[in-house]
Design a protein around this ligand. Structure first.
Ligand SMILES: [Fe+2]
Ligand SMILES: [Fe+2]
Length: 212
């Protein structure tokens, strides 16, 4: 890992620690069964990851629809552009490996988080930001695991994952900051509820060739 990548991941870790001084961010670690599942179907997971970057770009653009985030339109647009750069990275990687660009598969983990978003404008925007933040945060955790696991067998993919941690860590913290700026107390209360749900969802393993 190069120095700036280390600094980027360090930023993520520090933010993780300070996410809430009273609350450890994740209730449970990434389950042990996740890595062997991913390694046994790496190309399927790379395809899923490519679609996730496309969805992350769409999600950043969708957040601009909320009046509470109108002043953040340029920042959200910047996040969307970064996600599209990641999409291109994954798309080119799939092409170089001769993987055909198939359809996306639904993730029960992401679906569960998105279903937990409340209706109502302020409620919805805060929950949407927290769900987006947690998706970015778990991606950071998993990218770090993959960067380590693949460094001998797939060094270029390992480097890609190490480099993505910085960018996704920035998105993780940006979405959380935006939620707190709308209503700090409510954002913290909802984060607590989301983390309880996330812990239940992540231990429900699946055999699908997907990242989450
Ligand atoms: Fe991304
Ligand atoms: Fe991201």
């Amino acid at each position: 890992m190069r120095a700036w990548q280390f600094v980027g991941f360090g930023f993520y870790l520090v933010w993780n620690v300070f996410y809430d001084a009273q609350v450890q961010l994740w209730r449970v670690p990434v389950p042990n069964g996740w890595l062997p599942k991913v390694l046994s179907n790496l190309e399927g997971v790379l395809l899923d990851h490519c679609h996730l970057e496309r969805k992350a770009a769409t999600s950043a653009l969708n957040l601009i629809k909320y009046p509470e985030l109108a002043a953040r339109a340029r920042e959200l647009n910047g996040i969307a552009q970064e996600e599209l750069e990641h999409f291109n990275l994954l798309y080119d990687l799939l092409k170089s490996r001769g993987v055909s660009f198939g359809s996306p598969k639904a993730s029960p983990w992401i679906g569960g988080l998105m279903k937990f978003i409340r209706k109502g404008r302020r409620e919805q925007v805060i929950d949407h930001l927290i769900a987006a933040s947690l998706i970015e945060g778990r991606s950071c955790d998993k990218f770090q695991i993959l960067a380590e696991a693949l460094k001998e067998t797939e060094p270029s993919i390992a480097t890609m994952y190490a480099e993505l941690v910085e960018s996704e860590g920035g998105h993780f913290s940006a979405y959380w900051r935006m939620a707190c700026e709308i209503n700090d107390e409510e954002a913290h209360q909802r984060l607590d509820r989301f983390l309880d749900l996330e812990a239940k969802l992540i231990i429900q393993s699946n055999d699908l060739p997907i990242l989450h």
